[in-house]
Design a binder for this molecule. Structure first.
Ligand SMILES: Cc1cc2nc3c(=O)[nH]c(=O)nc-3n(C[C@H](O)[C@H](O)[C@H](O)COP(=O)(O)OP(=O)(O)OC[C@H]3O[C@@H](n4cnc5c(N)ncnc54)[C@H](O)[C@@H]3O)c2cc1C
Length: 395
């Protein structure tokens, strides 16, 4: 079976790895000219960590990753006002927890299929037409190809979803926040293995020191307007407008923005598709990862979930011996309820990223202080780290 995967982020290459493993013939198309590197720091654990282990990627991922030691909250003068040791995350996952740039994780996964899978960079699907016995795809480059199946793994703003399932606005649930991230070299101060944040009502900026003298910054802020500024200059202008009056290091972080060679800006949204309409499947086309069920950065687990979805979809296609309709159905039944609980859990975290009142900010900081007590930290962290899904073992 020839299977086209749109998107070489996290879900796409993971799916390609497992499809190849079971003897399918995957092709990846990615709109970026090369695999995207760098990006924001992600936390990685749970069932996705288990998949990475089954792919033999753990030594490389651990090597590229960081074991964060401390989360620290500063006031406008830089004084520490709350925080906790981060060891509970590692303790509650038996050491199977790591933080690393999203691009590094994507590169490790892509490395496992590089030169084994046909990969087309700098192109995108532009038309998808399902025929009786296959899918006819037209690419933006003008190329035309036929595949047996098409999988959209092209993220929150999925093109496949738009072409086959309908406009993004039908499925996107904006959560009332925007997020931005960038990294620069040579920023001072540096605090090793500490996630340092400054929170005001409705907004937060955090920094994390990485290898090669780089520092990554992550901004989150409440914004009633669901629309994002269209170009990078207007996005940076919005960040400046929101953060320039802030205390702590806001001024120097915004000054560093001009030196950034990477910049991420987007709405914080979830993708919710309707099970009554067939959820993520239309005939020979299906969706995985953020394209299907983005949980948002608030869940802190989107990459792991993208890998789990890819593993299950490939495994079910193999188990069903080419009966793609049955495989898609099983994939939805196994993964659907699990990811829905993660979407709900993400909403509980919204308040801790950028509390919307002085009172909720005060409560959040008190909770952070309590997390310094080991059993409270284990209780608080343990519940949300648990992944209630039994990963099937496929032959
Ligand atoms: C600020 C932030 C912090 C986060 N923190 C965490 C965290 O701590 N832990 C965690 O696990 N997750 C985190 N996430 C979520 C995580 O990054 C995503 O859930 C995950 O990357 C989803 O993987 P994906 O492969 O589905 O999509 P993506 O990683 O978005 O990959 C999609 C790919 O498709 C490509 N593409 C887009 N359009 C097209 C097209 N038309 N044709 C071809 N290719 C296309 C893109 O270029 C990209 O390479 C965070 C997200 C954000 C924004």
């Amino acid at each position: 079976m020839k299977i086209l995967i749109s998107g070489a982020g996290i879900a796409g290459p993971t799916l390609a790895y497992w499809l190849l493993h079971y003897g399918f013939e995957p092709t990846i198309v990615e709109t970026a000219p090369r695999p995207r590197t760098g990006g924001y720091i992600i936390d990685f654990w749970g069932a996705g960590f288990e998949i990475a282990d089954r792919m033999g990627l753990l030594p490389e991922i651990r090597n590229k990753g960081y074991m964060v030691r401390e989360v620290s909250v500063r006031n406008r003068n830089g004084k520490s006002v709350a925080g906790f040791p981060a060891e509970a995350f590692s303790r509650m996952t038996h050491g199977r927890y790591v933080s690393l740039p999203r691009g590094e994780l994507a590169a490790s996964i892509f490395g496992s299929i590089d030169e084994k899978v046909e990969s087309i960079f700098g192109d995108s699907v532009s038309q998808i037409e399902q025929t009786g016995n296959g899918v006819h795809v037209v690419f933006e480059s003008g190329n035309k190809r036929n595949f047996d199946l098409v999988v959209g793994a092209d993220g929150l703003h999925s093109r496949v979803r738009e072409l086959v399932f309908g406009a993004e606005s039908r499925f996107e649930k904006y959560l009332g926040y925007k997020a931005a991230a960038f990294s620069v070299k040579g920023y001072r101060p540096r605090e090793e293995l500490a996630y340092v944040m400054y929170t005001q009502v409705g907004q937060q900026v955090a920094r994390f020191a990485m290898r090669d003298d780089r520092t990554m910054f992550l901004f989150t802020f409440a914004d009633e307007n669901p629309r994002s500024p269209g170009d990078v200059q207007s996005q940076k202008a919005l960040l400046r407008e929101r953060f320039e009056a802030g205390g702590w290091e806001c001024g120097q972080i915004l000054a560093a923005l001009d030196r950034a060679d990477d910049f991420y800006f987007d709405r914080v949204s979830q993708i919710r598709m309707d099970p009554r309409e067939g959820l993520w499947t239309r005939g020979r086309v299906t969706l995985i990862g953020d394209a299907a069920a983005c949980v948002s950065l608030l869940a802190g687990q989107g990459t792991a979930l993208a890998m789990v979805a890819a593993y299950i979809l490939a495994g079910e296609l193999s188990r069903c011996g080419g009966d793609y309709a049955a495989a898609f159905r099983h994939y939805q039944e196994l993964f659907g309820p699990f990811v829905l609980t993660k979407q709900k859990a993400a909403l509980r975290f919204a308040g801790s990223f950028a509390p919307k009142s002085e009172f909720s900010l005060f409560i959040r900081n008190q909770l952070f202080k309590l997390m310094a007590i080991r059993w409270i930290a284990d209780l608080a962290v343990g519940r949300d780290l648990a992944d209630h899904i039994a990963l099937p073992a496929y032959q």
